[in-house]
Design a protein around this ligand. Structure first.
Ligand code: FAD
Length: 380
């Protein structure tokens, strides 16, 4: 076999691609990264607007229990102490999330865990649901009617574009309920947001690595396959196979982003709108991921907000959340069978594996894969 120009062609400069590329280069391999977008960092991309790092593809909070991943990311960024404490706005009333003693106090005026527990149990009993058939019954059987009506129903219906009675119960197997005064959404050992934004972090990972942007691998795959021994493909698996079995489905999100000439819009990074009338599911105020300060530690005078509107996905839209129901999972499995037969092509990341991955999980997966397939070059 003739020697090719690169050991690895990485398709996609998102987290999976960037981590794999860094590992390959550290092991002495030659690497080219391409991405069809005009920027690196994939869906964790942050764009600087009025001194604020705006999370362009949705709010991203890093959280992990994985020591290896935490050490790895800290090579490329310093993380701040941001703790995810979202709020719910139900017709102007503010509740703490996830459901905890602050939520129950606001909902019922109870102050002790025992009172809150009894209130939930009473409501579960009154609802008398034994084998929940749909999402509404499932939610009521877990947390009772008040929390369901005010904090779950409207939000979930907007998110899925369907009535909770028409959604399957398995979507919410469990609901996090805490009988402590604790608004921290994640139970992770490590949590934060990279100071300076995710783009800067990925930029450091790709430091010294050749990156070509605005290049779609699928438009000329023969050319790209010819220049590298191995391709790491992080794009959609169904697109790779020209949708031969049909398109995998996603839920999409539309962001309406605005720069406002005021310093503080909602006083919190994330506020969920849990009623049915408000069209958006939540509003993100990006500056609060970094405590409203710029890089010099000064207060930022303006603010950027993004309203998130959940939408039905159609081919050509940005894919966000995979719909991992039986139909789509078996469709994915057919594509996976094809991909398992490929030689010299590695499929990785959220789109190629049709899987919702948190950032730490996608990094762990890229580290594991790169460690198992890349042999270190011995330099004598
Ligand atoms: P991507 O970031 O999508 O990267 C794939 C790249 O491949 C893209 O840049 C794309 O342009 C490129 N590409 C695709 N096809 C081609 C092609 N044909 N040619 C060239 N390039 C191509 N995780 C958390 O841990 N915390 C959070 O708070 C969090 N919030 C999230 C919010 C939302 C709305 C969503 C959808 C996800 C969230 N995640 C969060 C998950 C996180 O976004 C993913 O873990 C991460 O982005 C996955 O990285 P990836 O490299 O697999 O995919």
């Amino acid at each position: 076999m003739h020697q090719k120009q690169y050991d690895y062609l990485i398709v996609g400069a998102g987290l999976y691609g960037a981590v794999f590329a860094k590992q390959a280069v550290d092991k002495g391999k030659s690497v080219l990264v391409i991405d069809k977008r005009s920027h690196i960092a994939g869906n964790v991309y942050t764009e600087r607007i009025a001194d604020i790092n705006v999370h362009k593809y949705g709010a991203h909070i890093f959280h992990t229990n994985n020591e290896v991943v935490w050490k790895f990311v800290n090579r490329f960024a310093c993380f701040n102490r941001f703790t995810n404490s979202p709020l719910a706005n139900y017709k102007g009333e503010i509740f703490s999330l996830p459901f905890n003693m602050y939520t129950f106090n606001k909902m019922w005026g109870v102050t002790t865990p025992q009172e809150a527990f009894e209130k939930i149990e009473q409501q579960k009993k009154a609802a008398n649901v034994h084998s929940p058939f749909n999402l509404e019954e499932q939610a009521i059987s877990l947390v009772g009617t008040d929390i369901y009506e005010k904090l779950i129903k409207g939000y979930t219906e907007k998110q899925w574009g369907r009535d909770c009675k028409d959604l399957p119960s398995f979507i919410i197997k469990r609901l996090p309920v805490r009988f402590t005064y604790d608004n921290n959404y994640f139970n992770a050992l490590y949590q934060g947001v990279p100071i300076g934004g995710y783009t800067e972090m990925v930029n450091k990972m790709l430091d010294g690595i050749e990156v070509n942007l605005n290049v779609d691998y699928l438009e000329d795959r023969d050319l790209w396959n010819n220049i590298a021994q191995t391709v790491v493909y992080t794009g959609p698996i169904d697109a790779f196979y020209k949708y031969c079995f049909g398109a995998l489905q996603y839920r999409s999100v539309r962001f309406e982003t605005e720069l406002l000439d005021i310093p503080n819009y909602q006083g919190n990074a994330a506020v969920n709108y849990t009623d049915s009338e408000t069209p958006w599911t939540r509003i993100i105020e990006h500056k609060w991921f970094e405590f409203g300060k710029n890089e010099k530690g000064e207060d930022i005078p303006r603010t950027v907000i993004s309203r998130e509107l959940s939408s039905e996905w159609k081919l050509g839209d940005e894919p966000y959340y995979p719909v991992n129901d039986d139909f789509n999972n078996s469709l994915y499995f057919k594509y996976k069978e094809l991909s398992d037969k490929e030689r010299n092509i590695i499929f990785g990341g959220r789109l190629a594996e049709y899987k919702y991955y948190d950032m730490d999980a996608v990094i762990a997966s890229a580290l594991e894969k790169s460690n198992s397939v890349i042999k270190t070059v011995q330099i004598c």
